[in-house]
Design a protein around this ligand. Structure first.
Ligand code: AP5
Length: 222
């Protein structure tokens, strides 16, 4: 029996838990975790031409131009690891990107199957983002209060030194939230109109949110 690929989009404001939950969903459903934020940070760290161009936008909390992100995504989408489906985290970010993704998936006889919207009020997001610490070596993500590492500043998984993302400063967070409400939130009605949107409250613990996401996945595929 041939199983069809499963493509899931995680939608939500900065700090809603998209990355945290996309990793868990990707592991549980054997999907490729595709985070455009992680890919861009990797380009910046490696000092590539794309990274140098993207960095100035990211520092200000603005969206990186669609064509740069689209190019990066295209290669991953056509890779063998993406054949069983993807958990898209941070993509699409506006209606143009959503249309591009529809087109790219259609070429592969696929479509966005489920859009999981993690709903977290703005008041909670600032505390989550200012307290986030991540490991540049292995990508693990912590929070100083809600999910601290065993030893302060040290990654549990690989022993690497934890850092604060440069765009997790308060003034940049506020700009990212503004951009989210202006450019990204219209995607809620875009996907609602086609019956793909599932809203999940993202305010519980990481385990509680993951269970709600699994329930939403089950009901969508029933
Ligand atoms: P990106 O990396 O995608 O950032 P973002 O969307 O702003 O989202 P975050 O990574 O900040 O948050 P998240 O929702 O993943 O939350 P997380 O799980 O880490 O993008 C960064 C930049 O790159 C953009 O500003 C833009 O410039 C550029 N970019 C990226 N994609 C682009 C695109 N498609 N087009 C154009 N530009 C693009 O959790 C946050 C914190 O909360 C962590 O500390 C975590 O431990 C904690 N936490 C998670 N869940 C819970 C919970 N349930 N309870 C309490 N704390 C929790």
């Amino acid at each position: 029996m041939v199983t069809r690929a499963l493509d899931v989009v995680l939608l939500g404001p900065p700090g809603a838990g998209k990355g945290t939950q996309a990793k868990r969903l990707a592991a549980a459903y054997e999907l490729l975790h595709l985070s455009t934020g992680d890919m861009l940070r990797d380009e910046v760290a490696r000092g590539t031409e794309l990274g140098r161009e993207a960095e100035s936008y990211m520092k200000r909390g603005e969206l990186v131009p669609d064509e740069l992100v689209g190019k990066m995504l295209l290669a991953r989408l056509h890779s063998q690891q993406a054949a069983a489906g993807c958990a898209f985290d941070g993509y699409p970010r506006n209606t143009e990107q959503a249309k591009l993704l529809d087109g790219l998936l259609a070429e592969l006889n696929r479509r966005v199957d489920i859009v999981l919207y993690l709903n977290v009020p703005d008041e909670a997001l600032l505390a989550r983002l200012t307290g986030r610490r991540s490991c540049p070596a292995c990508g693990a993500v912590y929070h100083v209060a809600s999910h601290p590492p065993r030893t302060e500043g040290v990654c549990d998984a690989c022993g690497g030194a934890l850092v604060q993302r440069p765009d997790d400063r308060e003034e940049v967070i506020r700009e990212r939230l503004r951009v989210y409400h202006e450019a990204t939130s219209p995607l809620l009605s875009y996907y609602q109109a086609r019956g793909a949107l599932r809203e999940v409250p993202g305010t519980g613990s990481q385990d509680e949110v993951f269970e709600l996401l699994r329930q939403a996945m089950r009901s969508s595929r029933a």
